[in-house]
Design a protein around this ligand. Structure first.
Ligand SMILES: [Zn+2]
Length: 168
């Protein structure tokens, strides 16, 4: 009986057993940890965190991933923003991103102005309190001096009375 061999025959067909190679996976092998050379790397001026962004982010204001301060991405030397020929949809995204950052900046400015106003009011209140305190202290001092004068006068009167009593 040699009929068992017929079942293996289709597997021997080379066109089916070899997977076609994917040209995209063999074209370049990118280490996922490696930062592409085109990325702009810089440090957050607030917290020193090392940030990296695609070069199309040059000149943009972004939020630091660590301290959440607004940071301007430096423009690499010799690079012109016009060199970045962005497709329209990316320009839209950038514009939207800039609007968000602008709104955030405005919120932050508004809160700083409010904070400044609040501090100024507190400083004014403190000045008034200090002036009041100085005045009260002056009043207190005057009362104290008056009391001391009366005490002295009383002491003198008592002394005179005592002298008169010893004379008797
Ligand atoms: Zn930061």
């Amino acid at each position: 009986m040699n009929g068992t061999n017929t079942e293996e025959a289709p597997l021997r067909n080379p066109s089916e057993s070899i997977e076609p190679s994917d040209p995209e996976t063999t074209f370049e092998e990118v280490d996922s940890d490696q930062i592409p050379e085109t990325d702009i790397q810089f440090e957050c001026p607030y917290c020193g965190k090392s940030l990296s962004i695609d070069q199309r982010g040059a000149g943009l204001v972004i939020e630091c991933t660590q301290c959440h301060q607004l940071v301007t991405v430096p423009i690499p030397e010799g690079m012109k923003l016009s060199d970045l020929d962005l497709p329209p949809e990316e320009k839209e995204t950038q514009l939207a991103n800039m609007r968000v950052m602008l709104a955030k900046s405005q919120d932050r400015i508004a809160s700083l102005v409010a904070e400044n106003q609040d501090l100024r009011e507190k400083a004014d209140a403190f000045d008034r309190w200090q002036a009041d305190r100085a005045k009260h202290q002056g009043d207190l001092q005057a009362s104290f001096e008056e009391l001391r004068d009366r005490q002295t006068a009383l002491g003198e009167a008592l002394e005179r009375l005592r002298l008169r009593l010893t004379e008797l």
